[in-house]
Design a protein around this ligand. Structure first.
Ligand SMILES: [Zn+2]
Length: 327
């Protein structure tokens, strides 16, 4: 397993090197720490991480997590070691490393994972009142939400910049930034001026004022472009899906019991006009029940059937109300 972990790390570094046309290290080392959990870091040229980041049994999800972690930490070789920044503006190291890890995940696992992570970031940001946040360019290290804000808000802002200038434009911008400032300490102001020099297609000062100097809320729409995501679900045979999997679902047998008519016979009759139901010749559950009652020669008050029909609709409505609000 150690070999394939090293392989992953190598591929990540290779990808970063190809994006930025520079190789920050000749050799680097992965250090699995004795402690089991909490915190990874990248004291150049090491990547240190707790023991449990590598599980005994690595499944697909664990590989993905490990890849994200390595992506973040290896990106620190560029954003933290090559481009230095002050601890007071950690978004320049943590935010960049975090977004790089998302780009790595996107590269290796597809755009869906990037989209899902960004959505999670928006959700976690929305949990912090705007009055408790701070502008990205100035989040004190002792700010209660500093670790989350510098990483997640930083990654979101960088993603928005990428949306403005396209992925290739964004990677070229970072490549030029690294080439220009390697070995130097950069600030948000440096990055702002550099973007103003390089980008004439967008209103750079407006972008920086809005998202870095001020506290701007982020909505799903801001990150929803470009990357495909589930926007709608069409249900075919929805009733079948519910009746197969929802054990609470009131089907024909329950209807028979509720109406005090023969359950087994009702079921058989109900099934016998399956094609008529599917092709719309018998319109809906209430009409089907009325036919069953009629064939059995029973007498059932119409309001009882109406009530049953309402319960039946309610069972569907509950499933529809549980659909992810993003869809
Ligand atoms: Zn970090």
């Amino acid at each position: 397993m150690a070999k394939s972990i090293l392989n992953h790390a190598e591929k990540i570094l290779e990808r970063l090197c190809s994006w930025f046309s520079s190789n920050p290290v000749e050799d680097f080392y992965l250090v699995q720490l004795k402690r089991t959990t909490f915190g990874q870091y990248a004291p150049f040229p090491l990547v240190a991480f707790p023991r449990d980041d590598i599980a005994k049994e690595m499944d697909g999800e664990k590989w993905q997590q490990l890849c994200g972690m390595l992506g973040h930490e290896i990106a620190h070789f560029c954003f933290g070691a090559v481009l230095e920044s002050s601890p007071q503006v950690q978004w320049l190291s943590e935010g960049f490393a975090q977004y790089m890890s998302l780009l790595i995940l996107e590269e290796f696992y597809g755009t869906y994972i990037l989209k899902t992570k960004l959505y999670d970031y928006i959700e976690s940001l929305q949990k912090v009142e705007q009055s408790e946040q701070a502008p990205l360019c100035n989040i004190p290290i002792d700010h209660p939400h500093q670790p989350m804000l510098v990483r997640r808000k930083g990654a979101l802002v960088l993603h928005m910049l990428r949306q403005e200038i396209g992925k290739d434009g964004f990677l070229s911008l970072l490549k030029a930034l690294i080439n220009r400032y390697q070995g130097e300490l950069i600030t948000t102001e440096t990055f702002n001026r550099f973007c103003e020099d390089k980008l004439d297609v967008i209103d750079v000062s407006g972008f920086f004022e809005c998202y870095m100097m001020a506290i701007q809320p982020y909505g799903w729409d801001h990150v929803a472009e470009e990357v495909p995501f589930v926007k709608a679900v069409m249900f075919d045979l929805f009733e079948t899906l519910i009746s197969e999997f929802d054990i609470e679902y009131p089907g024909i047998e329950e209807a028979g019991k509720a109406l005090c008519i023969d359950g087994d016979a009702s079921k058989q009759i109900y099934r016998s006009f399956q094609i008529d139901r599917y092709t719309g010749k018998i319109g809906g559950f209430a009409a089907a029940i009325r036919r069953v009652v009629e064939i059995l020669g029973e007498h059932v008050p119409p309001e009882k059937i109406r009530l049953l029909y309402q319960e039946h609709r309610q069972a569907f409505a509950e499933h529809l109300s549980n659909i992810d609000p993003r869809i």
